[in-house]
Ligand binder design. Structure first.
Ligand SMILES: [Fe+2]
Ligand SMILES: [Fe+2]
Length: 259
């Protein structure tokens, strides 16, 4: 089974870039399941029903989220009703949305889990303890498990890879929007990378126009942020998963979007 995971899709340039890049990605990699992090798809922060539908239309099967999940209030009902979208499982249980979902791909039941780091992030539960309980409760319910670990620190992300090695097919990091060069299959059979990067404009600062980001850093005054839109790249990773639910390989995907 071939799983394509796409890092934080940022704003309209990211959504359009994803749609433009998808045909050639499909032809080259022939993915059975496409998962994308959509926490930045609506105006660069958060998600709406319409922008989620743009991703589904472009060929995404499941959307994962992160710290910007609840930016737009009118999406809360959609998060409850749409089974193909997941928000961090370690948010308060009563919050809108679900933390995991199970989909079918290439004859396998794949459980897609969204999980948030706890370092410099706000969560209800320690992600290491929560994922142990969740995986135990899901035993036998899926043939493979995928975790989008949305976290700030590479240390916490590397630790989560080791924590889940041998128990899930992949633990792929998101949130920083900057890809790390450490993709590998860990000894127990879990594909890991600290951060897959983002799908959006490289001309700015993690998605924001660079003049505005620089003004904020230089003046330390409040600055209105708009999305950067030039030099759009798609960033993610392709994971090959065996019948035993463990990874056979991982390749990072860092490609300019055809304009
Ligand atoms: Fe993000
Ligand atoms: Fe984030």
């Amino acid at each position: 089974m071939r799983l394509l995971f796409i890092g934080d899709v940022v704003g309209k340039p990211g959504r359009e870039g994803l749609a433009a890049a998808m045909p050639s990605l499909r032809a080259e990699h022939v993915p059975d399941l496409v998962i994308a992090n959509g926490e930045n798809i609506a105006g660069g922060v958060g998600i709406t029903e319409d922008t989620a539908k743009d991703l589904y239309e472009a060929g995404v099967d499941v959307i994962t989220l992160g710290n910007h999940t609840y930016r737009h209030k009118d999406v809360y009902g959609y998060l409850d009703s749409e089974r193909r979208i997941v928000r961090p499982a370690n948010f308060p249980p009563s919050n809108p949305g679900r933390g995991h979902t199970i989909v079918e791909a290439a004859g396998m039941r794949v459980c897609v889990i969204s999980l948030s780091g706890q370092m410099h992030m706000q969560v209800d539960r320690n992600p290491f303890n929560l994922i142990d309980e969740l995986l135990e409760s899901l035993t036998g319910g899926a043939d493979a498990y995928f975790v989008d670990f949305h976290a700030e620190l590479t240390s916490e992300k590397v630790a989560m890879g080791w924590h889940l090695d041998g128990r899930v097919a992949a633990v792929l990091g998101t949130h920083t929007h900057v890809p790390t060069a450490d993709a590998r299959v860990l000894p127990g059979g879990t594909a890991h990378v600290s951060d897959v990067g983002m799908t959006g404009s490289r001309s700015g600062v993690i998605g924001v126009k660079r003049e505005q980001a620089l003004r904020a850093f230089r003046t330390q005054m409040p600055v209105r942020f708009d999305g950067a839109d030039e030099d759009v790249w798609l960033m993610g990773a392709l994971v090959e998963i065996g019948d035993d639910g463990l990874a056979r390989g991982i390749d990072q995907i860092l490609v300019p979007v055809p304009s």
